[in-house]
Unconditional design. Structure first.
Length: 67
């Protein structure tokens, strides 16, 4: 997943918003499909979207049953 971000940032064919959106799309896809690393993907999504600590805590409580 992070490799995709690095490749996208190297290309610089679009603006920063486009690169961020591509990375978010990839992170969300793998969050839904890669059950062994879903926590890492959720962390990436939270970071991309800029959630604060309170929001992250609420997400963690809801997601806790999965882990």
């Amino acid at each position: 997943m992070y490799r995709a971000l690095l490749e996208a940032s190297k290309l610089k064919t679009g603006n920063d918003a486009e690169v961020t959106l591509r990375f978010l799309k990839t992170a969300f896809f793998y969050f839904l499909t890669d059950t062994t690393n879903s926590r890492d993907h959720l962390t990436a999504i939270e970071s991309i979207l800029g959630y604060n600590e309170d929001e992250k805590t609420k997400i963690e409580k809801v997601q806790a049953w999965k882990y």
